[in-house]
Design a protein around this ligand. Structure first.
Ligand code: NAD
Length: 355
């Protein structure tokens, strides 16, 4: 195993780990520990090269620092990326060994970084990590305490945010408001259920045909082809699939007046926040509204109850509407303002009290 500290101007540290026996390589980026241990999930993917993995870990760890700050959590921002080796899909590949090795790497940082699930890994994988380190969350819940799948909590925060934005923009509740949900995975489907209960009309898309069919059958959703989703007439667009979907070319196609969804890094660059504002689209910064999952993960780590998760998630729309009102008054794009508010909290050096 090789590890080294690689301090950069923008991040406290970026660590590189390599297990020569199996070829597994990982990057752990620690953006900041000012507010507490750097917390953020572990992304497990095939990467073209090491530079791409470092870039991903750094970008995502900065997002986690801002997400945790705005959620009022006593955690800084971190992210791990495991570069899946070429043979990871082979039947004899030892996935458990990979996660145990990763657990030792996490442990070697003495609590500077706390891991959990992200794209490409599961609760079972985190249980392997937990055999080697205590600096892990996202494990099965224990009676009376927070834990388990964070998806429904993320969906709840996004739902409450959509409700608040619709009230602000249209002066109404969600009855008959048309919401397009892109991606019906852990978060997207749960969001659809909440929206349906509140009387919204659903447009849904997913690359996997089964989830939209279920949403049509259970929730009366109308299925839209994935490639058409952003251009369809709707009041609210809720991206809950992958990031980088609001680009210079896709934004002019949007018919929605509000964008609010769970996907991380929805904007191709920060400039797209201004592009949306110029077109009169109210954009909810992704890391502000999708914090329900990390709130649940943090509460599990701190051995708090689900009640504390509930009350923190309920604060998400309040923080969002503070930001929206300030954005309108000061004519600053919501994404830019969210970054500034989060940076101010980190600079102040203690977790914010969410009003
Ligand atoms: P998931 O993998 O369970 O679901 C994603 C779904 O999106 C899949 O069903 C996939 O088929 C679909 N999809 C992918 N590309 C698509 C496309 N172009 N059009 C339509 N559908 C597409 O993931 P999830 O846990 O539901 O997370 C969704 C997003 O929210 C991700 O970007 C994730 O990073 C973010 N997020 C999730 C959580 C959480 O608690 N799970 C927390 C914060 C942020």
């Amino acid at each position: 195993m090789v590890s080294h500290r690689n301090p950069l101007m923008t991040h406290e540290a970026v660590y590189n780990f390599h297990d020569q026996a199996t070829g597994v390589q990982a990057v752990i980026a620690v953006h900041s520990t000012t507010l507490g241990p750097a917390a953020g999930g572990c992304r497990v993917l095939h990467y073209d090269d090491y530079a791409g993995a470092v870039q991903d870990a750094m970008r995502l760890s900065e997002g986690m620092a801002y997400k945790n700050a705005l959620a009022g959590l006593p955690f800084g921002g971190g992210k791990a990326v495991i570069m899946l080796p070429e043979n990871a899909d082979a039947p004899d590949f030892d996935r458990n060994r990979m996660f145990r090795t990763f657990g030792r790497w996490v442990d070697s940082l003495d609590g500077a970084y706390v891991t959990a699930e992200d794209v490409g890994c599961s609760v079972e994988d985190m249980q392997m990590v937990a055999t080697e380190t205590g600096y892990v969350s996202g494990l099965p819940s224990r009676p009376g305490l927070a834990g388990g799948n964070p998806g429904p909590w993320t969906a709840k925060g996004v739902f409450l945010s959509i409700e608040a934005l619709v009230r602000h923009r249209f002066g109404s509740d969600l009855k008959d408001v048309v919401v397009g949900v892109q991606g019906l995975g852990h978060v997207g489907f749960a969001l659809c259920e909440l929206l349906h209960q509140a009387g919204a009309k659903l447009l849904v898309s997913d690359l996997n045909g089964q989830a939209p069919a279920l949403a049509a059958q259970k929730l009366g959703a109308e299925i839209v082809k994935p490639e058409k989703m952003q251009a369809v007439a709707m009041d609210v667009f809720a991206p809950c699939a992958l990031g980088n979907i609001l680009t210079e070319t896709t934004i002019p196609l949007l018919k929605a007046a509000v964008v609010c969804g769970a996907a991380n890094n929805q904007l191709a660059t920060a400039m797209q926040g201004q592009q949306l504002a110029d077109r009169g689209v109210l954009y909810a910064p992704d890391y502000l509204v999708n914090a329900g999952g990390i709130i649940n993960v943090a509460a599990e780590y701190l051995r708090e109850t689900t009640d504390s998760v509930e009350s923190r998630v309920a604060q998400i729309p309040h923080r969002l509407m503070q930001l929206v009102r300030r954005s309108e008054a000061e004519k600053i794009a919501t994404n830019v303002l969210a970054d500034r508010m989060a940076q101010d909290i980190v600079a102040a050096g203690q977790p914010s009290k969410v009003a």
